[in-house]
Ligand binder design. Sequence first.
Ligand code: TYD
Ligand code: MG
Length: 463
Amino acid sequence: MIRLARATTRYVCQACGAVHAKWGGKCESCGAWNTLVEEASPESVPKGLGKGKGKRVDIGTLTERTEPTPRLATGMNELDRVFGGGLVAGSAILVGGDPGIGKSTLLLQATAALARAGARTVYVSGEESDEQVRLRAGRLSLSDAPVGLVSATSVRDIVATLDGGDAPQVLVIDSIQTMYVDSLDSAPGTVAQVRSSAQELIRLAKRRGTVLLLVGHVTKDGQIAGPRVLEHMVDAVLYFEGERGHQFRILRAVKNRFGATDEIGVFSMTDGGLEEVANPSGLFLTDRAEPVTGAAVFAGLEGTRPVLVEIEALVAPTPLGTPRRAVVGWDTARLAMVLAVLDARCGLALAGSDVYLNVAGGLKIGEPAADLAVAAALVSSLTDSPVPQRAVVFGEVGLSGEVRPVAQTEARLKEAAKLGFEKALLPPSRTAQRSPLELIELSRLQDLIGVLGEPAVRSALAR
Ligand code: TYD
Ligand code: MG
């Protein structure tokens, strides 16, 4: 019998973490190209459980009472809300975001706030030198905060330094992509290193009851390098978003074992660091005296909070064979759907037009409830007739052209009224009737055409 030698290398997809025996140009698992990287196999593991006796573990019941988990609050309300009321001891949190968006700034401010409140905190920087971090702290007026500062990238060194009785209560690793374990040959930042480093650090956190905050850079296509491997290893995943040119930054929970997801915290980036924006609902609106075409105010919901945001659209005849679709802050596929429905159900053919869509202020909207507002902005731009003044718009659009009711209608209307809006374009809703706003109910997308002026639409179509 011929026995094959055990393979000593394997190929790991850097996008999804799938392991392949052979190299290939394309990952069979996620379909990404040029992502397979050779890595040393972990030491061969004996088949089954091998030798050795396990020790008995206790079996509990669901009725056993445990104390409510104590939480460590940073005192920064916007941050604590996203965490679900504060940090839970022994938990691991991944904070992802584009390079330069402000992750280091946010976490340095948070650690400083915790340290000032008496918590033992350590900030490990693998990207910047001690001096650079100190300079930043100085700029943020945090120099006096008793934060432990470490500049290191070896996980072995970090664990050796911090694994003791005086382990920190809060540990920041900035960033996980710079960390490495020396038992692996691959370079820092590869999936294997990111995974192993995170594993070791999480083990340390669980053992010592430390809150572990891992910073992760997002790659161009919007994923944290080795995203799937990290996202299921940690207790919470937060994304720090925003447009670099804009001042607002949004911290969003996409997974949270200790709180609600889809909760957001809003910050504004200033010379003195990140400042909390306690009441963001009117932040993404533009103050205009004159009505403009191609803009609609969407009454949205971010987590538990209503947020009003302006959506702008520009529809222009295209000089190109394939018209351009440029979207900032919304889903391209969702835009394609709204355009298709406008075409098929309302007879508004936009196939020969460039379409630009922009959500004001750098906010990213994920709610389907924005469909109607997007449609209103598009139709308004196409027909050059403004959406009724001081009106908010919301509602989900179905493929058949119907406008569907959305959650939390009352909360949306209440916030709109508070900010001085007078009308609302919305799907028919019983709960809305109590609102002081003038309600313009649309059950089909075609009804929108009537609201924006039928003659205008007809003449736009004739053009
Ligand atoms: P940083 O926290 O280094 O981003 P990340 O860790 O996500 O890569 O933020 C860097 C940006 O923030 C930089 O372009 C400058 C800006 N910034 C301010 O505007 N004000 C400040 O007080 C600080 C510290 C940074
Ligand atoms: Mg940084």
